[in-house]
Design a protein around this ligand. Sequence first.
Ligand code: PHB
Length: 387
Amino acid sequence: MKTKFAALVAAGVLISVGPAKAEDIKVGLLLPYSSVYASLGKDIEAGFRLALEHFGGDLGGNTVSIVKEDTEVKPPVGLAKAKKLVLQDKVDLMVGVVSSGVLGAIRDFVHGSKTPLIVANAGNNHMTGAKCSPYLIRVSFSNGQINRPMGPWLAKEGIKKVYVMAPDYAAGHQMIEAFRSGFEKAGGQIVGETFTPFRKTKDFAPYLTAAKATNPDAIYVFYAGGEAIGFVKQYASFGLKSSIPLYGAGFLTSPLYVHVQGEAADGVTVALHYVPTIDTPENKRFQADFMKQQGRIGSEFAVQGYDAGRMVVEAIKASGGDKAKFKDALSKVSFTGPRGPLKIDPATNNVVQNIYIYENKMQDGKIVQMIKGVSENVQDAVNGCSM
Ligand code: PHB
């Protein structure tokens, strides 16, 4: 005799129970909405939302909802907000973190809570090295990855003596270290360094005076956000631009604020994982729709948010919305986005991607980015990661 259940299945009534029920995937955006990196956080969010529009049309009935928290670029605040998102809001994953310092502060909590974090900016090398975690997946870059190609590049340009500068926190030290080691290996010499107080330095004049006194062939820096705007403008108004060429990690002249730097950014050469002038259909679509929505060019920060959003969407599609499978699917996603081909290295969970070297050039009253070199599929060493 058939059970009632079997009879219902036979009649086709219960067959629709088979597929997983539609889920709401709750995303916690953990970003700076105030302080020195506020504009970066807003750009990451704009990119994330654009990806949901571009790729999230058919999620098989599943939905994505967003809760936002402001890290204020302060490690203890970032940790408190991460705990709030996971424990109180019960998010399924977090996306964000701009500062390497904040990422360092929340790493153990992310790992212990088993709540995935898609890192959409912070480049802290250790987090995909000795402090790696299966729950920490980086779609942005590592600090070493961006700066490594620049040492040999400057040496090839005939530059022998370089002065280095950056804000005094994890990202500043790691970016400069990656440049330094490549430059010294290529025969270059670092003639001096300054690490300026992070989030507090508005006047770079005393530091620029010290740098100039060492008579370098070039100055190499990492600054981003509000500090980058101030630094590049003061470098020019201090009269250094005409005598000492300026190089750096590309956040220095991000399209997010290069129009504010204007003439002061002309001639500055940098390395970065994204350039708005990349000539591919994926990038053209991203830029056209970002421009339509925001009225400006999409920056590397917007692309990081966009690729994080696409990663979430692709993982929902691959897992059918099943939350346990969804977490595993995240790091297996690979695609060609605005910046080019992108995949997550299973040995470290850091992104593998192209790094572009480009010069900012003033043309018809606008800064344009002229690509001068590309290092393809740049992948970090395992650096002590075991997952
Ligand atoms: C970082 O702290 O890792 C960081 C912040 C801003 C950037 C890049 C890296 O533009």
